[in-house]
Design a protein around this ligand. Structure first.
Ligand code: NAD
Length: 436
């Protein structure tokens, strides 16, 4: 189903008008709540849910009203954290009961495993709530598509948790690559997420979930429940878990989606896990300046070099990572770098003289200086959550840095890696493949 931007804005406006007619604000102000307060619930308060929860506690005007998790351990952890922050919450095991009983919510944060993202997100949107859903938006493109359509039909806002989109370091570096052209014409890119071997996750004996409950929520066993990332029915494996953070950064910076993909993967290092532990993928792009190629790898058997994205052009190389210490720029050969960049003090790295990215951003202009001055004040996830809450307050989907249509286009080259590995074929894409 095609819906133009205009139709979408009209449907959002209609939603807002409906809320106003019911006596609420555009984001559904609740009785007794302060004017700008956003009342939220969380579905899935596991490791990442707790990261988001702690960040939300630091965001003024955001108050939790409910937590839903099927694991008493996670329920208790989240409930205690919020209580210490002065927020009383109702605890639920089943999100359907939560949506039935909690009538004054404005938004829900979904941080459950990938295979239930679509179910949880769509149910919340259909209940009239705005949704922040973690990446990978779904475990298949078919499910991701249903989320995009549900968001459009609901007129509610939906942000997908690709936090690099709200990261000011990435936003500034994008300007340096696209406007300042510090890399010149980018022809070759490389990205990696390397991790040492990680043991299987376990659980405290007193927090075993009964089989009947596990099965009701789609899990085969307690081991699968804890290690869902490694099994095909709950996730799309490490390429989606880790690659989803990085592969789309190349499309973003190159200003073009991949036109070609080929990949290989291994699944024999861990005989008791299903997904490819090591995956290597190659992409081709047709950019405004010409073709470019990218090699990406996710490795779960050796952590050397951690994670970063690298852009190589005829004027220089930019290495960027969520870890600022790993981010730097190296000019190519005799390329005369602009004055503002030449002033930056260089550091030594692996026998090379490099320009640290943070210092380069600070030297670029007043905006860059302000960005770097404030960089330690917030976490990367807090900024992405803030972008979501600001958009909800303004009832402005255009303010979101990662709406579902964009997240779908970001998922296409990631989830297709599985098809490329399985079929051993070179896959080709047109722009139509990135749109719904
Ligand atoms: N953006 C990031 O940097 C980032 C980092 C890590 C994880 N994530 C994403 O966050 C999500 C959660 O990952 P995690 O590491 O926290 O996993 P986790 O296993 O630690 O947490 C998942 C939680 O969901 C709960 N749960 C499972 N099924 C449920 C259901 N039907 N209803 C309610 N709760 C349910 C589990 O009990 C658990 O507490 C995943 O989608 C993952 O990809 C994002």
């Amino acid at each position: 189903m095609e819906m133009s931007r205009r139709e979408f804005m009209t449907s959002v406006a209609a939603g807002a008008a409906g809320m106003a007619a019911m006596g609420g604000t555009a984001f559904g102000q609740t009785a007794g709540a302060s004017k700008d307060e956003i009342v939220v619930a969380m579905i899935g308060s596991g490791v990442q849910g707790r990261v988001l929860l702690n960040d939300c506690i630091n965001i003024p005007g955001v108050r939790f009203k409910a937590i839903c998790d099927i694991w008493p351990f996670a329920q208790r952890y989240a409930g205690n954290t919020l209580r210490r922050a002065g927020q009383q919450v109702e605890i639920y095991e089943d999100y359907r009961e939560m949506l039935e009983k909690e009538k004054d919510l404005n938004a829900v944060i979904v941080a459950s495993p990938d295979f239930v993202h679509a179910e949880h997100t769509i149910a919340c949107l259909q209940a009239g709530l705005h949704v922040y859903c973690e990446k990978e938006m779904a475990d298949s493109l078919e499910s991701a598509r249903t989320m995009v359509l549900a968001a459009r039909e609901s007129g509610r806002l939906c942000q997908i948790g690709h936090q690099r989109r709200s990261n000011p370091v990435y936003q500034q570096a994008l300007q340096m690559v696209q406007k300042d052209e510090i890399c010149g014409r980018v022809t070759a890119c490389y990205g990696q997420w390397n991790r040492s071997v990680q043991p299987r996750l376990t659980w405290p004996e007193r927090f075993v979930i009964p089989d009947e409950t596990l099965q009701r929520f789609g899990f085969d066993s307690m081991d699968h429940f804890r290690n869902w990332r490694w099994f095909r029915r709950y996730s799309s494996g490490p390429i989606a878990d880790l690659g989803s953070h990085q592969i789309s950064v190349f499309s973003w910076f190159l200003g073009a989606n991949p036109t070609m993909l080929t990949a290989m993967g291994g699944s024999d290092y861990f005989p008791d896990r299903e997904w490819y532990e090591d995956v290597m993928a190659m992409y081709e792009y047709q950019t405004a300046k010409g073709s470019a190629r990218m090699f990406y790898q996710v490795i779960n058997t050796n952590g050397f070099g951690n994670y970063f994205e690298r852009f190589k052009g005829d004027k220089g190389t930019l290495v960027i990572s969520e870890s600022l210490q790993q981010s730097y720029y190296v000019p190519e050969g005799d390329y005369e770098i602009p004055d503002w960049l030449a002033q930056v003090e260089r550091t030594q790295r692996g026998g090379m003289s490099v320009i640290p990215l943070g210092a380069a951003i600070a030297a670029r202009n007043a905006e860059g200086a302000a960005v770097m001055q404030a960089i330690d004040q917030k976490t990367i996830h807090q900024r992405h959550l803030e972008n979501f809450f600001e958009a909800v307050r303004a009832n402005n989907p255009a303010h979101l840095t990662c709406p579902p249509d964009l997240a779908y286009s970001m998922a296409v080259p990631v989830l297709n890696v599985i098809k490329a590995v399985g079929s051993n074929e070179k896959l080709q894409f047109t722009e139509a493949d990135y749109k719904i």
